[in-house]
Design a protein around this ligand. Structure first.
Ligand code: NAP
Length: 334
């Protein structure tokens, strides 16, 4: 099998670490391997049993790769990805920078993998929060057309990177060892230990948070449906890994619970639990899991054309690293 030279920009980060593990465990045909970090500190990563020192990225160094995974920041993706793509290097970008850019496919392979084309060298992966909903509800949307979607999110701290995980762990240790009441840290707007808060990102003029706006705009792009109406309340919870969603969806075409269940049972990349008591949780189903999980399907009491569902997915795997590797697996077959 042909091997591909791979660069990972952000290899020392949360998503980067998972991405390296997945390239190994899924036996991605890697030739040369080039890891990069900010260059502001010394960082080493292990890949296929070998230790590599990370370096700050340069255009010349990145051009040695056939595929570059961007798992760092919007600014870094902006600085390098368009020029690399113009030079014929595949760029799979997990940052938010190009997700809504015209001409850049925003891809979840099992939902809209058909948008991957040899001519589109720059591909974006979506925000980790909407991935679960996009995968779980795609089949139902096709069959019954979801016209209104309401989401309450319960987002793990790892969604904000490795420093955010450290912040939760420090606050928990401080409380358990010294009885210190959790204080506001550097990554979050409120103490995160023993707390929840309805803020993920900054607020716009109408009071919607950055995360809420991303979920709305990106899901519309992935499903290719501008008519869809979406309201989100994004909430950070003191969970280390795994995002959960409470969903209320109204459909344009009438459904039966049995009809919804059929779609959920055959949705690619989804495991649906039909018995109410089998619902998924982040601890059991959002930690190094390669699929999305859903349960607690029921008709809503508010309206006969509305149903409710509970969804859990691993923000670091399907919400980021795994989705990027799955994109690359498809790219090398184009
Ligand atoms: N966490 C998630 O669940 C999730 C989900 C979807 C998408 N994403 C996206 O994935 C990206 C990475 O997130 P993360 O959670 O892994 O963050 P993270 O843990 O904070 O890691 C960030 C990585 O980027 C590197 N980096 C920072 N500035 C850089 C620069 N100027 N040049 C090169 N590398 C630089 C860091 O290197 P140092 O170690 O040197 O600082 C580190 O390796 C972000 O764009 C994020 O929006 C994350």
């Amino acid at each position: 099998m042909k091997k591909h030279n791979i660069a990972v920009v952000g290899a020392s980060g949360m998503v980067g670490g998972e991405l390296l593990g997945l390239l190994e465990s899924r036996r991605f045909p890697v030739g040369e391997f080039y890891p990069f970090n900010s260059g502001r500190r010394r960082a080493f990563v292990k890949f296929r049993g070998k230790k590599y020192a990370c370096a700050a990225p340069t255009l010349e160094a990145l051009k040695k790769a056939d595929i570059v995974f961007f798992v760092s920041t919007d600014e870094v993706a902006e600085r390098f990805a368009p020029r690399l793509a113009a030079a014929g290097v595949w760029c799979v970008d997990d940052s938010a920078r190009f997700r809504l850019a015209a001409g850049v496919p925003l891809v979840i392979p099992e939902v809209n993998g058909v948008e991957l084309k040899p001519s589109k060298k720059l591909i974006a992966g979506p925000n980790c929060t909407l991935t679960g909903a996009a995968v779980a509800l795609a089949g139902i949307h096709k069959k019954f057309r979801i016209k209104e979607l309401r989401l309450a999110t319960y987002q793990a701290v790892s969604g904000a990177g490795k420093a955010a995980m450290g912040e939760l762990e420090d606050q928990l240790r401080g409380y358990l060892r010294r009885g210190a009441a959790p204080a506001k840290g550097k990554k979050f707007p409120r103490p995160i230990a023993f707390n929840v808060f309805p803020q993920v990102g900054g607020f716009d003029a109408e009071g919607h948070s950055g995360e809420e706006n991303k979920v709305e705009a990106e899901l519309k792009k992935i499903w290719g449906d501008r008519r869809l109406k979406i309201s989100v309340t994004a909430v950070r919870v003191p969970v280390l890994r795994g995002h959960s969603l409470a969903v209320w969806a109204r459909t344009a075409r009438p459904f039966t619970p049995a009809g919804l269940k059929r779609e959920l049972l055959r949705a690619p990349g989804l495991k649906f639990f039909a018995r109410p008591e089998d619902y998924p949780t982040p601890l059991a189903h959002g930690n190094r899991t390669e699929i999305v999980y859903a349960g607690r399907l029921r008709r809503a009491r508010t309206s006969p054309d509305e149903f409710q569902l509970w969804i859990v997915s691993d923000n670091l795997y399907k919400g980021a690293a795994l989705n990027s590797v799955q994109i690359a697996e498809k790219l090398i077959k184009l």
